[in-house]
Write a protein of this length. Structure first.
Length: 75
């Protein structure tokens, strides 16, 4: 996600923008941006399971941000 593009999209309140991401770049600033701009709709890809992710990517450093991202949007 390019933050400057997401921020620009947030200024068009009458248009809904689906933002597709795997969640690895989400941080508190992004979460606040999405929370304040309801026209930005995050679509978080969480395919696979823990064992698949650990064997394919660099272990928990890849999986943990997804868990944090999904937890933010659920609660």
């Amino acid at each position: 996600m390019r933050r400057n593009i997401v921020e620009k999209a947030s200024s068009f309140k009458e248009i809904v923008f689906p933002i597709f991401t795997n969640g690895t770049l989400f941080d508190e600033d992004y979460m606040n941006l999405f929370d304040k701009n309801r026209n930005l709709v995050p679509i978080v890809s969480i395919e696979g399971n823990v064992h698949h992710l650990f064997s394919t990517f660099s272990g928990s450093s890849y999986f943990s941000p997804k868990v944090s991202t999904v937890t933010f949007f659920i609660f």
